[in-house]
Each structure stands twice: as structure tokens, then as C-alpha cells.
Design a binder for this molecule. Sequence first.
Ligand SMILES: [Zn+2]
Length: 263
Amino acid sequence: MGAVGGLAVLGVSARWNWWRPRAAGLPILMYHKVGQPPAGSTLKKLWVSVEVFRWQMAYLKRHGYTPLTLRGVAERVAEGRSLPDNGIVLTFDDGYRNNLENALPVLREFGFPATIYIVVNAVGRDNFWHDPSSETRLPMLSWEEVAILRDAGWDIGSHTLTHCRLTRLPLSEAEKEIVESRRILEEKLGMAPVSFAHPYGDGADNGDIRRLIQKAGYATACSVHRGKADVSGSPYCLKRIFVRGDDTRWDFHLHLTRGQARF
Ligand SMILES: [Zn+2]
């Protein structure tokens, strides 16, 4: 290999994880919005186009992955059953209407279920927690639309009431976010949620917050720590794979094999 080729390999190695060994664990993919970012959005990495999303689902099918919900994972773990080889979880944070409009039809094509984390006070409203200078106002799912996802086999989880940073609240307020969101989801959907995701990943490493989540009746909680999840470890700080809007096909392959594409 010439000096130029060697430098190119060094450059690629410094940025991507292709040279790492395959990572063990359950891949839990984290999506937010599916579709085209509106003009004015500066959070474009949180948008995955329908075409890219469909290619990614086809990749999973081609490689024999078995999509599970986090409720399904929790049930299997509680029953002492092992997870299927090539198990994978598809998660959507926040509860955008574009998940119903753009992701559900693709997932129906493939027969894949997903887990969605709802910001309860945003249902039927908009993404009020975003700074409008970084993300335009987007329609969130209504309760009727959340019920459509439930009926399609999606696992409906909590993402708090207000998309707060749990560790910045007094513990009693954090508890309200965790407990009340679960109570309202159960009241509206007739099924108590067992899946939780920490907004911003905040609180996933905090013992007090984890205990509140467990006490409230959740079986799992997802963080935003990157990598594949170790379901034999703490179920209240599960790692995820952040699928970015600008990920290439190679990035997606590295996510699934190495646990993360880049540093
Ligand atoms: Zn979120």
C-alpha cells in the first residue's frame, strides 16, 4: 500500500468503526422524524427520509432481523426466555404525526412492529419544548392516532409529560412526570405502558430516577448512550443506536454490526 493509500485508511479508521470487532447485544434503533425536514429546521439529523427508511427496513429483512417491541423484550426477559437471534427493536421518540403518516405504511409493508415514546402533554398539540429557532412547530399525534399505532401492534411508551430534563427537577416533580404520564397513557389507551425513554437521555444514569421509573411500573427505560443494549444488565439504562438523517448505507451497516458507525 502506498503512502497515500495508507493515509486514506488511517483517515477512515479515525472516523469510522469498520475495524472494530462485531459488537454483541440487542440493537435498539432510535428514530425521531420520518420525512423531509421543513424549511427552517436546523435539526436535520433527526429527520430520516421515507426512501432511506424503507431501504433500512429492507436491509433488516434481507439480513434476517426479527423486530421486537420493548414490551416484547421485557416479557421474554421476565419469563426467562432468550431473545431471538438477530432480534432488533425500532424506537421512535416524542410522538410526531409523521411517524403515523410516513413510518407506519413502510413498517406495515414489512410486517415490523415498533415502540414509540409519547410526550403526553404534547398529544394533539405540537413540539412545544423545542426552541422555535432550531425546529419548526410540528404536529404531534392525537390520541386517536396513537390508538391507531397501538392497534397496529406498536408498543406505546412514555417520554414524560413535558419532555423535561428529569434530573433538573425536584424529585417529586420528576416522579410526577414519570407516574402521571403512565397513568394518562393507561387511561387513554386502556393499557398500562411498560416502556420508558428518558428525554435527552437525562436521568438514565441517576439511581434515584431509575428507582422512580421502576417503582412506577415500567419494565425498561432507554437512554441515548450509544451502542447495542445489554438486556442482562440494568433494564433502566438501555443503550440505543441513533440513526441520523445523514447516515449512509455503510453507516447503517456499521451501526448494526459494530453498535455505532462513528466515534
Ligand atoms: Zn425526545
